[in-house]
Design a protein around this ligand. Structure first.
Ligand code: PMV
Length: 317
């Protein structure tokens, strides 16, 4: 059995986070500038069933059975083992490396899952389909997030911009004009499961208000989709900032995120919003080729700890 490697990108949510947990649509795009790589190596001399894992990023260097049963990697591998009918796996060593920042809203957990599932699928010749890759990664997301909408595993599996509505077939988006984005890290991180839980409580306390916020966001998502498909970047930017304001109303922004959004807008961005769970993590901002560099510098001066440039390219290029 030769060694097999697979990679998976990061992701950002362009529109519709949180509302998507309540059945509304959202738009997400892969971030190809960062990725996760999983490699599976045979251990010809190892006893059948011996699986070792190494990931320097999260300080992991262990035998699979020494991980907690609910550890996402152990859970995933044991799930694959049962689903595909292996009494035991052949002896193998798994190495995972990632350039995706942890807990930053860039989909690091789903990316690890997708890369690992594909590497294992290749190594064991399982032929796991994209749909099954996404479904398996979704099971792991549940461990991380509690009640994930499924958007992270979907966009990372298909590695294309997607219009995602829970319970509906995934639609990949036609992109008319290149979308230049900057992803700026606030330097604070809050677990997505915490912000999702906070919104759940607020929604339970004020259902009508939160439902109306989700409805407004749904309208933005639908209009944003049209803008992406016809290349109307000016309106796309305005919708982005509008989406941010609804996320603020939802109480998932933070002073640091608002400051980065305002800085980007002050320096000529077409729009900006927090991306992902919020109360920390990243903002995204829609820029042009000309404004990308000055806005990057402005964001760093305003306290961003890292700025990643990312492009969503036209479908035909
Ligand atoms: O924090 P992230 O980037 O994983 O984004 C979570 C997006 C939410 O809508 C808040 C949750 C979800 O499962 O969709």
């Amino acid at each position: 059995m030769p060694a097999v490697s697979a990679t998976a990108p990061g992701k950002i949510i362009l529109f519709g986070e949180h509302a998507v947990v309540y059945g509304r649509p959202a738009i997400a795009a892969p971030v190809l500038a960062v990725n996760c790589k999983a490699s599976v190596f045979p251990k010809p001399l190892g006893p059948v069933g011996e699986v070792t894992i190494q990931s320097d990023n999260i300080g992991l260097d262990t035998d699979l059975t020494l991980l907690d049963r609910e550890h996402p990697i152990r859970f995933l591998l044991e799930h694959i083992q049962a689903k595909y009918g292996f009494a035991r796996f052949p002896a193998m060593h798994i190495k995972i490396t990632s350039t995706i920042p942890l807990a930053g809203g860039l989909g690091s957990s789903a990316s690890v899952s997708v890369a690992l599932i594909r590497a294992i699928s290749g190594f064991l010749d399982l032929g796991i389909t994209d749909q099954n890759v996404s479904e398996l990664a979704f099971l792991v997301e549940k461990i991380h997030h509690g009640t994930p909408s499924g958007i992270d595993n979907t966009v990372i599996t298909y590695a294309k911009p997607v219009f995602y509505k829970p319970g509906h077939l995934v639609e990949t988006l036609q992109v008319e004009a290149p979308i230049h984005l900057l992803i700026a890290d606030s330097g604070h991180s809050t677990l997505t499961r915490e912000t999702v839980a906070a919104v759940r409580k607020l929604h339970a306390d004020l259902p009508e208000y939160y439902e109306s916020l989700f409805d407004s966001i749904e309208e933005i998502v639908k209009r944003a989709r049209e803008c992406i498909e016809i290349g109307n970047l000016e309106l796309l930017g305005l919708l982005m900032t509008k989406n941010h304001n609804f996320l603020k109303d939802m109480s998932v922004s933070s002073p640091a995120l608002d400051q980065l959004v305002n800085t980007a807008l002050d320096f000529g961005a077409l729009g900006a919003k927090l991306s992902g769970g919020g109360r920390g993590g990243n903002i995204i901002t829609l820029v042009s080729e000309q404004t990308s560099e000055p806005i990057t510098q402005a964001l760093l001066s305003a306290g961003a700890t890292r700025v990643i440039a990312s492009r969503v390219l036209p479908s035909r290029s």
